[in-house]
Structure formats: C-alpha cells, structure tokens
Design a protein around this ligand. Structure first.
Ligand code: ADP
Ligand code: MG
Length: 480
C-alpha cells in the first residue's frame, strides 16, 4: 500500500514537489490500524503534517480500509555506526541541525505566512489579489538589535547599504550572505527588509525562505495561477531569499533563475542567504549558482567574546524590560559569554535556560551557572567533530605525520591521506571549503573541493575505498 500511496502522490503532485517532500519518506511501523511513516527531519514532518496529511490519510485508506490513521514521525538520526556518505551530505544534514534539542523550534515562516493578514509589507498594494507574497517579519530582528563586530562587519555594512538603497548597493547585486546556522543570517535579512520598508513605506519588499518560495510555486502550478504569481513577483523592488540551500527541484529552480534574472536586469535588488557559499550549493543548477555568484558573497563567522557579551546584554535588557524583577549580575553574563563560544542561537539557548532556572532558584553563583550550562550542553547538540581530530586520526591511520599532512609535499603516499582528511573535514564538520583550506596549511578552497570530488569519486567506484572511509569516520566519531 505504501508504494501505491507514493505513486499516487507523485502522480498528483508532480515529480518536483514529490521528491522535495516525500523522496525520503519511509514506512516505520504499522500496527492495529495505525500507520507510522518516517521522514529524516522535524521540518519535513511539520510540513507534511500541515500540507499533506489529509491527502495521505485519504490515499492510504483507499487501499487499506482497516487503516485508522497515518502518522508522520521523525526517524532517529543517531548514526553512531557507519553513516553512509549519502546521509552525511551537508544538504541532508542541515535541517536537523537547525532544530537543536532543548531549544524550542521557532514557527517556520511559511506557517506564520499563511495565517498572516495581508500587510503593506507583502502585497497590500494589490488588494484582492493573492496578497501575501512573502513571510511576515519578526519585529525583533532589526539593525538596531544586531550586534556588529569583526566577524560580521562587512556583511552588516553591505546589508545597510542595500536597505538604504545607497548607490554603493549597486555593487552588491545580488548580495549573497553565508554563515553556519545561528550566526544571524535570518536576523540580518529581516532587518534589511524592515529597514527598507521603514525608509520607503511604499517599496515592495518581499522576504521569503527558499522553502516557502518552493511551496508557493508548487501550489501555484497545481492550482493554475503560476502566471499570476510570476506577475506579482516581477513587480517587486527588493527580493530577499533566506536558506537558499533548501531550494530544490529543476522546474522551481528554473523559475527562480528566471525571476532573479529579470529583477537584476531591471536593477532591482536581490539578497540571498545560505549556510555555505554559492559554489558549494551543490543541489543548485549551475546557472543559478553562477547567477548568485555574480554579485558579492560575504561570510559571517562566529562572534568573538565581546560580541557574545553584547548579544547577552541585549537579551538581558529586553528580558528585564518585560520583567523588572529580573536580576542577572554582569559577572554572570560575562561568564556565559566566555563559556558559550558558538553561535547567537547557542547563546540564546543558554540565556533562556538561565532565565528559566532563575524563576525557581533566584540565588545565582558561578557554580550555579556552570550547572545550568552543563545541562545545556548535555541536552544540546551532539559532540562536534573537530578538524584537528580528523587530521590526527587520518595521519595516524596512514602512518604519516600531521606536519606532512599539512605540508606542500606531493608524493602519493601523502596526497591521498591529505585528500581523505579534507574530504572528512567537509562531510563531518559544518566548516566551509575556504575555512577547511585555511586549516590545511592555507590551501585554496578549490583544492579542497577537488579533494572532496576526488574522494567521492573514488569511494563511489571502489568498494574498499568506501569501506576505508567508513572505518575512518567511525574512528573519528569514537575518538573525537
Ligand atoms: P541563522 O539564520 O544564521 O541560522 P539567526 O538569524 O536565526 O541565525 O540567529 C539566531 C539567533 O541569534 C537569533 O535570535 C538572532 O537574533 C541571534 N543573533 C545571531 N547573531 C546575532 C548578532 N550579530 N546580533 C544579535 N543577535 C544575533
Ligand atoms: Mg535562518
């Protein structure tokens, strides 16, 4: 019955939509009329639940009258043993990392968008038509609340120029911003939108996630108003697309390419964010990638200590303005800024834990904070694999020294381990190609990309190579 339901979904929704949402759906369990289907990420489950669950239920019951209910569950993602190369691809891995355990997942923008009433923001200029084009903005995400520092200064300046549509902004078209999860992409993008609207209330500004863009097109095509949607999109001044790494499907990309070509040709501003630079958006069609590469690509890195402290102070001020009884001493904040070295999202998680804990245990001390943070980490993300660990373990495995591994020597006995290590750094850590290049003795990102392709090719063609890679992955995961 599962195969039949899948075939019907594909027939109804078309290949593109089908493979975006159901390509990785599996059957988990059927018992006493309850059918559990599993998908790899919470995001997919949410999406399928809100858009397709009724349809799936209906299709399932057509072939199996004893069925009572279909449920979508998220597959366990613990891959302690031999993760397949396919599973570890960044594109497949990202969504899970987007929803760290212990923090509440924000309502996805597409859901908020659907409930939204048409605003001046998103298409109120055309009353009566399919008004809501973009997703509503989170009012907390402004330039004022964005903490600037060495790791994001350039991106921040470019964002301001774009929002103010200053003449220098012409050089940043399209403006492409990339950074790992939690480093402020969404915040910055929504701040651009908010500021552009504040300065020019009549400007047609649209902020969308790539997923929402896909969904809008997919449903527009299904319901025969694609033309109308395209007309509306043609009519905007500033298009902002978030989480570009999730754009999938040939025909959707074709539409996207068309759209940004048209906007760029008429000198309308386009801003795009993703978790990696354009060249690494491997699921994108080459021409979309090259179009995105045509402007400026700027990276945001992890915040330094003083930025982290500023972010925490700002959170604290906001929280204290809502709850005057709140009192977190400065030394506690600085301790947290020192201890939590990751993204803005991790800081937020730590801060929320402290607020929560303080509500029933107001006496704070450093030891108290240590304990709270310990809980954050234990409940939080799985242990991070570090590039140094990969280098150490790969060097040992091939019996070369780490110095040789990072050197410029080109003998075969060293080139292969080096390429394997760079490949593993790419698939086992969230680091970007340029960053990996830097950590491998200052190599260029194209060298890293070449190594990744090479090892992918080798392990695809050669079973022993594939096994060797799996073995190394396991060693690294265990010993890191
Ligand atoms: P991304 O979209 O890159 O995953 P977000 O924009 O969702 O990251 O940021 C995660 C959280 O961290 C948000 O609450 C955001 O406000 C906060 N944050 C990240 N960077 C900054 C920054 N530079 N200044 C202020 N807040 C930040
Ligand atoms: Mg984001």
């Amino acid at each position: 019955n599962f195969e039949r339901v899948k075939a019907q979904l594909k027939a109804r929704l078309g290949n593109d939509v089908y493979s975006s949402w159901f390509g990785r759906m599996m059957i988990a369990e059927t018992s006493r009329g309850l059918i559990r289907l599993s998908v790899p990420t919470a995001f997919l489950r949410q999406w399928i639940n809100s858009h397709y669950l009724d349809l799936i239920n209906e299709l399932w019951k057509q072939g199996d009258p004893t069925a009572l209910k279909v449920e979508i569950v998220v597959r366990s993602t613990t891959r302690s043993t031999a993760p397949s190369i396919e599973d570890e691809r960044p594109a497949a891995r990202k969504p899970e990392r987007n929803a760290p355990a212990g923090s509440t997942t924000p309502t996805p923008s597409y859901q908020r968008a659907e409930k939204a009433t048409p605003s001046r923001l998103n298409g109120a200029e055309q009353p009566g038509k399919q008004a809501v084009l973009g997703s509503p903005l989170d009012s907390r995400y402004t330039f004022g609340s964005f903490v600037e520092g060495p790791s994001n200064r350039v991106a921040f300046a470019a964002a301001r120029a774009v929002a103010e549509s200053s003449s220098s902004a012409l050089r940043f078209n399209p403006l492409f911003i990339h950074a790992s999860v939690g480093l402020g992409k969404t915040h910055l993008l929504q701040a651009i939108a908010a500021e552009a609207i504040r300065l020019k209330p009549n400007a047609r500004v649209v902020y969308l996630t790539a997923e929402y863009f896909m969904w809008r097109f997919a449903t527009a095509i299904r319901d025969n108003y694609a033309l109308h949607l395209k007309e509306q999109l043609r009519d905007i001044d500033l298009l902002i697309i978030d989480d570009m790494q999730f754009l999938q499907g040939k025909s959707i990309q074709h539409e996207f390419c068309h759209l940004i070509n048209m906007l760029l040709d008429s000198a309308k501003q386009v801003v795009v964010a993703a978790d990696r630079p354009p060249a690494e958006l491997e699921s994108l069609e080459p021409r979309v990638r090259s179009r995105l590469n045509g402007g400026v690509a700027l990276e945001m890195a992890t915040p330094d200590y003083s930025m982290r402290l500023s972010i925490l102070r700002q959170r604290y001020e906001t929280a204290a303005s809502e709850d005057p009884s709140l009192n977190i001493p400065e030394d506690i904040l600085s301790h947290v800024a020192q201890a939590v070295t990751g993204s803005g999202r991790e800081l937020e998680g730590a801060f929320n834990q402290i607020l929560f804990r303080q509500s029933f245990e107001p006496e704070m001390s450093i030891a108290w904070v240590e304990e709270v943070l310990g809980n954050v980490y234990r409940a939080g993300e799985p242990k991070r694999v570090r590039i140094e660990d990969i280098q150490r373990i790969v060097a040992r495995h091939y019996n070369v020294s780490k110095t040789e591994l990072l050197s410029n020597r080109r003998t075969r006995t060293i080139v292969k381990p080096r390429q394997v290590a760079m490949y593993l750094a790419k698939v086992m850590t969230p680091r970007s190609l340029p960053e990996i290049g830097r950590r491998f003795g200052g190599r260029d990102h194209t060298t890293v990309l070449h190594a990744v392709r090479k090892i992918e090719g080798l392990s695809g063609a050669d079973n022993t190579m594939a096994q060797e890679i799996e073995l190394l992955k396991r060693l690294i995961a265990e010993q890191a």
